[in-house]
Ligand binder design. Structure first.
Ligand code: IMP
Ligand code: MG
Length: 171
């Protein structure tokens, strides 16, 4: 991909994820977690995170999006729902990025209607300055400036997800 600069190298990413995994394990002692991975981008972060965790997990996937190209449409699409019940369970949403916050706010409120015991949020990358709605993020990897990131799950129109590091478009 042209004009792609490195933001986070692979080893830096894995080091950060190990720290988050440790924090989660500390917070969920004696519990087991239903991980809700937000397709598609968060697959990469989810896999690396859960492999580093000791807490037992079950894995759910949902697909919900508010993005087309590189501009937020503000519209939410629910493309895939939960498979199992989360009633009474401790749920951890794992998302690749929080930008305006609309996707995560909507998803958290939706999951809370299913009567879980708790719902927390882990995001790999936070574009904090772009926030439009308030959402509590419980675990954060990196806070980044307002740059469009590509790689390690992040795409430009579905391309570039398998780039092993996090890059940004330098136009
Ligand atoms: P939000 O609802 O505005 O917080 O949007 C979050 C969603 O926007 C993420 O799940 C991503 O799919 C997408 N997104 C936001 N910024 C980027 C980026 O820099 N690269 C790739 N996808 C992004
Ligand atoms: Mg996403």
């Amino acid at each position: 991909m042209e004009n792609l600069k490195v933001m986070f190298e692979e080893d830096e990413i894995q080091k950060k994820i190990a720290e988050i995994a440790k924090e989660i394990d500390k917070d969920y002692v004696g519990k087991d977690i239903v991980i809700v991975c937000v397709l598609k981008g968060a697959v990469f972060f989810t896999v690396d995170l859960v492999k580093k965790m000791k807490t037992p997990i079950e894995l759910e996937m949902v697909q919900i999006s508010s993005y087309q190209g590189t501009e937020s449409t503000g519209k939410i699409n629910f493309k895939k729902d939960l498979d199992g019940s989360i009633e009474g369970r401790d749920v951890l949403i794992v998302e690749d990025i929080i930008d305006t916050g609309r996707t995560l706010k909507y998803l958290k409120e939706y999951l809370e209607t299913k009567n879980p015991n708790s719902v927390k949020i882990a995001v790999f990358v936070d574009k904090a300055e772009r926030r439009e709605v308030e959402v509590k993020v419980d675990y954060t990897g990196f806070v980044i400036p307002n740059k469009y990131v590509v790689g390690y799950g992040f795409d430009v129109d579905e391309k570039g997800r398998n780039i092993p590091y996090v890059g940004y478009l330098d136009n």
